[in-house]
Structure formats: C-alpha cells, structure tokens
Design a protein. Structure first.
Length: 158
C-alpha cells in the first residue's frame, strides 16, 4: 500500500508496518495458503519537500479518497481504480447520489494501493472512523483543505 497521509486513528495493532511517512496499515494476513505476488509495477505517492503534500508519481491500481463540500464541510469516503475519471464524475455530478445531492466535490485526501482488496479494506476502516479522526487525517497534509485535484491536474481551477 502506498500512503498519502498520516494515520491519526487508533494506535498500531497487529498487521501494521512502519513506512517513511506514517503508519502503513495492512489487513491481517489471510488464513490458509497465500499466493505470491509477481512484480510490483507501481511507484509511491511521496511527500514533496515544500510542505509535505502528497504528490502522485505514477498510477497505483486502486485509490481510497476523501471528498469534502468545503472546509469542515460534509465528507465522503470512496474507493476507485481510476481516480481521474472518478473525480471528473464527482465534479460534474455524473455520479448521482450523495456527492451530487450535497455538492461534495473537493478532493482533500487520497492514498494509492497496489491491490483493490486492500483499498476496499482501508475504505471500510475509514468509514467506521469518527469525524474527528477523518479531519485529522485531512489536516495532517492538507491543513487549508485545498482541492488536491487541481494541484494534480485532475480538474480545472475554479
């Protein structure tokens, strides 16, 4: 898993590993026989030296992301295998439902994963967090709640 923020959640438990920028949560190992992975073709989301903001180097296989309606506004947690496409859908209200109803369109946090099952696992964990943990996760690397989609070139500036 490639991590784009610092985990403000509960203290580390079994199944977590330390990475260079914060706790790198991983699901506990599956029971029974495990398959070996062959070749990892992704690169990391790293932190720029200027402000510790996540910078996308290459595409991961899956993403977990947080959208907001504005600073301290309504939050939405999602998972996708194509982040640029999904952000486009949210910004243009092509994805009918919660985000279109409450105008939740600003990408305020994301992290890339090399496996969709890990991304889904992480999304479910974050959805169970209370609001304060989610706000700390966002503000750890994006204290002004600016739209990261604009910085990454996934959306045009307003």
């Amino acid at each position: 898993m490639y991590y784009g923020g610092i985990n403000p959640g509960p203290p580390p438990t079994r199944g977590r590993q330390r990475c260079g920028v914060g706790w790198n949560p991983r699901p506990p190992p599956a029971r029974g026989r495990q398959k070996k992975r062959r070749g990892d073709k992704t690169q990391e989301i790293c932190h720029s030296r200027e402000g510790g903001n996540p910078v996308l180097l290459t595409m991961a296989y899956a993403y977990v992301y947080l959208l907001a309606s504005g600073r301290n506004g309504t939050l939405y947690v999602g998972v996708t295998s194509d982040l640029p496409k999904r952000i486009y859908e949210h910004k243009n209200h092509l994805a009918k439902g919660f985000t279109a109803t409450y105008d939740v369109t600003q990408l305020v946090w994301f992290e890339g994963h090399d496996d969709i099952t890990q991304a889904i696992w992480r999304e479910k964990k974050i959805k169970k967090w209370n609001r304060a943990w989610k706000v700390r996760l966002i503000e750890a690397n994006n204290p002004t709640w600016r739209d990261l989609a604009i910085e990454l070139g996934l959306a045009a500036a307003p």
